[in-house]
Design a protein around this ligand. Structure first.
Ligand SMILES: Cc1cc2nc3c(=O)[nH]c(=O)nc-3n(C[C@H](O)[C@H](O)[C@H](O)COP(=O)(O)OP(=O)(O)OC[C@H]3O[C@@H](n4cnc5c(N)ncnc54)[C@H](O)[C@@H]3O)c2cc1C
Length: 392
């Protein structure tokens, strides 16, 4: 199909099936609505655009993906529950999974039938994810997993997870890890919600008690889970950082300028200056994000630029949260219902600067991989994991 025809088809479908962006709040869609939407998107030939047909994709090229992204930017797509699965485990399985694994999982992910989560962070640390203590021990038929994960987004409604566990405690910490597909409905998996400052529970702690996984659940190779994790983390930064739109859309210039104008606040020159600064920062960050998003979804590797985009988006969110406090803070006690969303958006800023690798970690990546500065010393890098001292 010629590209203009594909673009017109995508536009027409979106106009008929999705809400224009300004009129909807992404976070208010139900899980069932999201699943129905993803399935309809896929049925219409608009999900998994560049994926191979044998794995549930449309087998189309980068030009179609870019056309779809450009049209979709005007709509609020209720695809939130699929962002992790399609953005992180899916490309990792595409790169490292066996043929059987790809055929079993990828079509159900892209058609909205199964939701996935990413089980990396543990109480022992998220930045230093290789210090993980969850274990996977060999059994006759596969492996048995024991341990705890934390901050697992969407675990409460996930069908599967990509988990990393320690399979060789005698090897240095990066070398004794394996990545597995784990069934989140296994009776040994317990998911407990964690409540954040906004009152929502977007993530969870997840406990694994004697959770069996078959031998063919390994993603990539046994004891090479670190390499698999690096692939997944790289995809995570692309997904978060290069999403092409500020994640803090409730804090966008348009919304805040309208709210301030309606309340007579824009008479104040310092408010106007803050809004003008937001306009400039937001547009430059969005332009960078959109450029990377188009490249990434077209299959062009963006490397450490994903970290730069993730960092820029998180810094913008933090800055905007402060600006919002300055502009609307005096009105918070008024009970104005329209300010509730703004306050929630501002409260999410520190979490955004932590999820997917903190701002400090992104700076380390940019320093090492872009600027060529020396690596972090990593004093325990070569010690066998079971000889590393934890705690006191
Ligand atoms: C909204 C949200 C969603 C999340 N979703 C998921 C998920 O779905 N799956 C998942 O596995 N995890 C998830 N996480 C966890 C996230 O990946 C971790 O919180 C993050 O990697 C930081 O780890 P930590 O919280 O253990 O902090 P720590 O690693 O303990 O870091 C504490 C502080 O030390 C700093 N620091 C640590 N190491 C260095 C260093 N080498 N140089 C400089 N500073 C350093 C950090 O920047 C931070 O300020 C999510 C987190 C949030 C906030």
């Amino acid at each position: 199909m010629p590209i203009d025809e594909f673009r017109a088809k995508a536009r027409a479908w979106l106009e008929a099936n999705a809400k224009p962006y300004d009129e909807a709040d992404e976070y208010h869609f139900s899980l069932e609505e999201s699943k129905r939407f993803q399935k309809a998107l896929w049925d219409a030939g608009l999900a998994g655009i560049t994926w191979p047909k044998e794995y549930g994709g449309q087998g189309l090229g980068a030009a179609e993906q870019v056309a779809f992204n450009q049209e979709a930017a005007d709509f609020a797509l209720p695809t939130g529950p699929f962002v992790i699965g399609l953005g992180m485990p899916a490309p990792t399985i595409m790169e490292l999974g066996t043929e059987e694994m790809k055929k079993r999982h990828l079509p159900k992910m892209v058609s909205g039938e199964e939701i996935w989560c990413q089980l990396f962070s543990e109480p022992s640390g998220g930045s230093d994810v290789a210090s993980l203590r969850t274990t996977a021990k060999r059994t006759e038929n596969g492996w048995v997993i024991n341990g705890q994960k934390v901050w697992t987004t969407g675990a409460q409604f996930s069908d599967f997870g990509a988990i990393i566990a320690r399979t060789d405690p005698e090897a240095p910490k990066h070398q004794g890890i394996t990545m597995f597909v784990v069934d989140m409905h296994h009776p040994g998996v317990t998911v407990r919600p964690l409540k954040v400052a906004t009152g929502d529970s977007p993530f969870n702690e997840v406990f694994f008690d004697d959770v069996e996984v078959p031998a063919d659940a390994v993603i990539g190779e046994v004891n090479r889970g670190w390499q698999a994790s690096v692939i997944m983390l790289r995809n995570e930064r692309v997904t978060i950082g290069a999403s092409g739109r500020s994640r803090a859309s409730v804090l966008s210039f348009e919304t805040l300028a309208d709210l301030a104008g309606e309340r007579g606040l824009t008479e104040d020159p310092s408010v106007r200056r803050t809004l003008a600064e937001l306009y400039a920062k937001e547009n430059s960050t969005r332009a960078f994000g959109r450029l990377l998003h188009e490249r990434a979804t077209s299959g062009i590797p963006i490397g450490a630029a994903g970290s730069a985009a993730k960092l820029a988006g998180a810094e913008l969110h933090l800055w905007t949260a402060e600006a919002v406090q300055e502009v609307f803070g005096p009105l918070y006690a008024s009970g104005d219902p329209e300010l509730v969303g703004v306050v929630k958006g501002a409260l999410g800023a520190p979490g955004n600067a932590t999820a997917g690798g903190t701002n400090e970690i992104q700076r380390n990546i940019i320093a090492e991989r872009v600027l060529g500065l020396p690596k972090d010393p990593g004093v325990d890098r070569n010690l066998p994991f079971n000889q590393i001292r934890f705690g006191n």
